[in-house]
Design a protein around this ligand. Structure first.
Ligand code: AMP
Length: 206
């Protein structure tokens, strides 16, 4: 199964990818995670990407496309979930040229809810789980330390949302036209959203 997880920042793509991974043998490819990993290791790619990430802007298509092509080439399992890619029509066309996608799951959630989620989002340093910092002081899964992402501040969140509406939302029509789009209401608990995702996959992907 080759899936694209589409949705605004904070729509829950990463959380749902982790749940999907526990049930299906799929690689989870998060372009944001790859950039953060590069940044942590001070690679030229990470240093270049940081300029855009800090401003809530998209890293140029060419850099992201090459990175994704390399990642897909080196995959050890057949199926994958792309989380945070594509984010522009240009990237979607590039993806079309290098692989076949079985479905695109769109996580639909309001801007108001996104701002609420991202301003209270903590990420575990040890296992990467996302959690609400108002409800938990430590990671509920592994008791690891929680941190707030540099780009989860109100100014950058607004800019990321604007970028989403302007540059990423056109992908909805792009994939709808291809008959690949499945929309999931992304309000509620992660488990509630996951059962909607499973329903979509049962009906359409078996
Ligand atoms: P994310 O973790 O998916 O929210 O991504 C964090 C940041 O990484 C984004 O705000 C962008 O600056 C950059 N980024 C991640 N994926 C992409 C992409 N497909 N195209 C361009 N920039 C990206």
């Amino acid at each position: 199964m080759r899936l694209v997880l589409l949705g605004a920042p904070g729509a829950g793509k990463g959380t749902q990818a982790a749940l999907l991974k526990s049930e299906h043998k799929l690689a989870h490819i998060s372009t944001g995670d790859i950039f953060r990993h590069n940044l942590k290791n001070n690679t030229p790619l990470g240093i270049e990407a940081k300029k855009y990430m800090d401003a809530g802007q998209l890293v140029p298509d060419e850099l992201v496309n090459n990175m994704v092509a390399d990642t897909l080439k080196n995959l050890e399992v057949d199926g994958f979930m792309l989380d945070g890619f594509p984010r522009t029509i240009e990237q979607a066309k590039f993806l079309d040229g290098i692989t076949k996608i079985d479905g695109v799951i769109l996580f639909a959630v309001s801007d108001e809810e996104i701002i609420k989620r991202l301003t209270s989002r903590g990420v575990c340093r040890d296992c990467g789980q996302v959690t609400n910092i108002n409800e938990h002081k430590k990671c509920p899964s592994c008791n690891g330390e929680l941190y707030i992402r540099d780009d989860d501040n109100e100014v950058t969140i607004k800019s990321r949302l604007k970028v989403f509406h302007e540059q990423t939302e056109p992908l909805i029509a792009f994939y709808k036209d291809k008959g690949l789009l499945f929309e999931v209401e992304a309000a509620g608990t992660p488990d509630e959203i996951f059962s909607r995702v499973q329903k979509v996959l049962r009906n359409d992907k078996d």
